[in-house]
Design a protein around this ligand. Structure first.
Ligand SMILES: [Zn+2]
Length: 470
């Protein structure tokens, strides 16, 4: 019910969402004592960035001829399911059916599902033909054309069998901690009663990005396993140590989102990335990696997607009313590694770090619900027409002078070429330097008012691009 209620409010609220704030991930540090000296070289430490300025700027240009329906990608398929072989061994544990809508006891220490009782749900004991949907078939496109509903099979993840029509909580341990202090990372799984694709949702790969955690909670706890076709696997807090310390990074100060697909004998970050990728990500057909911006910039809710990849381009069409910004991604990102492995993946940017932002969260939940509907995984009671993502090509406009930035425009504003977006004021000389828009478009991201150095990316201007495949 809650889910449907959300939907009745969607169109109005999403308009409000577009005005909500978010911040990309650039950190400016170490300004030397007096930055009045204009010619003195200022030191700007650009920490590892997220799906932000650099990644967008360095992207390979979007190809105009992308036709998602035509070209077949030669993507490697994700590791195939091991259901059948698992089923034969019969050695694995069966996950208890946990109603995710029920509040868990705070003393529920055993995240690892080791109960053998498959609860009361019916077991689809008919292992008919393989009803798995593999990527490249129905999953990557938006082909919800009345799929013949087939009963699902059980799903094995983390050595645990999840029966069809059940949901459960599992635990993933990257195996890097001191054994006695091991702290498993919770993984929520809903295995639908009907066959379908596997959608994975990851949040808080950067431990200080909170909106995604709540987006995953709401999305997963609204699902009814009996009505779901396919599976949804959610890891609300991938970087648990970072989350507990309010930090973007891992305990070794590395950015986990630069280490995928990882390696079993590399750095701490490599090992965690490898464990996540091999144990969970490879089991997904589709992945939405949820992030926020970081300090001092604000974003419209938006997807970052490699629009040169036809599967990804088609996938973006299921997200309702999202800005979609082309970005080919950087090496080491979960998104890039997953796409490389044949898993259709986008990054969802929702708001700014360290905050819980209702509008951003609603926009994220509604867009994921739209996606699942488009993929034939759920059916909504109220549908307001086809999803309407908006595609943008984009450019960052940088401050040419150091000083204090004062914006004249708001996030989401439509601007025209040459229009003054804001000023940088030199607090000592009183010089005012206007920053002008380079094109006609829309402000899809911007810095909040702050002290900036020359070169600081201040405004992200999106120009509407063609819808792929049209
Ligand atoms: Zn992030």
């Amino acid at each position: 019910m809650l889910l449907h209620w959300h939907y009745t409010l969607t169109p109005l609220r999403l308009f409000a969402c577009t005005v909500a704030l978010g911040l990309p991930c650039l950190a400016v540090a170490e300004t030397s004592s007096t930055n009045a000296e204009k010619n003195e070289e200022t030191r700007v430490a650009v920490l590892a960035e997220d799906e932000n300025v650099e990644d967008v700027e360095r992207s390979q240009p979007r190809r105009k001829d992308t036709d998602p329906t035509a070209s077949a990608t030669n993507s490697t398929q994700p590791a195939t399911d091991t259901e059948s072989s698992d089923a034969k061994t019969g050695a694995k544990k069966v996950a208890p059916n946990i109603d995710l809508k029920e509040v868990a006891s705070p003393h529920e220490p055993e995240l690892k599902a080791d109960s053998a009782a498959p609860a009361e749900s019916e077991v689809a004991t008919t292992p008919a033909e393989d009803s798995e949907i593999r990527p490249g078939e129905e999953t990557s496109g938006m082909v919800p054309m009345e799929p013949a509903i087939q009963p699902a099979k059980s799903f094995t993840l983390l050595d645990t069998e999840i029966l069809p029509g059940t949901s459960t909580r599992l635990a993933w341990s990257p195996g890097i901690q001191i054994a006695g202090l091991s702290q498993p990372t919770p993984v929520l799984v809903v295995n639908g009663a009907n066959a379908g694709p596997t959608l994975c949702l990851t949040g808080a790969i950067h431990g200080d990005e909170l909106n995604g955690i709540e987006i995953i909670r709401r999305t997963m706890y609204d699902l009814d396993p009996e009505k779901l076709s396919g599976r949804v696997v959610g890891i609300p807090i991938v970087n648990l140590p970072g989350f507990q310390q309010g930090s973007r990074y891992l305990p070794d100060r590395r950015d986990l989102n630069r280490h995928f697909p990882g390696s079993p004998d590399g750095s701490l970050a490599d090992r965690i990335a490898h464990s996540l990728f091999e144990n969970i990500i490879r089991r997904c057909n589709m992945l939405v990696d949820i992030h926020t911006g970081s300090l001092k910039r604000t974003n419209l809710p938006q997807l970052r997607a490699d629009m040169n990849n036809p599967d990804v381009a088609t996938f973006t069409q299921g997200f309702d009313r999202m800005a979609v910004v082309h970005s080919s991604g950087s090496p080491g990102m979960l998104r890039s590694a997953a796409v490389e492995a044949g898993i259709t993946t986008v990054t969802l940017e929702a708001g700014e770090s360290h905050r819980i932002q209702e509008h951003q969260i609603e926009a994220g939940v509604n867009s994921l619900t739209s996606l699942m509907e488009r993929q034939g995984m759920i059916s909504r009671m109220f549908v307001w027409g086809d999803p309407e993502p908006v595609y943008y090509d984009s450019d960052w406009i940088r401050a040419q002078h150091g000083g204090i930035l004062f914006s004249e425009v708001d996030l989401g504003a439509r601007v025209s070429e040459g229009e003054i977006l804001g000023y940088v004021a030199d607090p000592i000389t009183n010089a005012q330097y206007p920053i002008r828009s380079s094109s006609n478009g829309r402000i899809i991201g911007m810095a909040v008012d702050q002290v900036v150095m020359a070169g600081f990316a201040a405004y992200h201007i999106g120009t509407e691009a063609e819808v792929p495949g049209e």
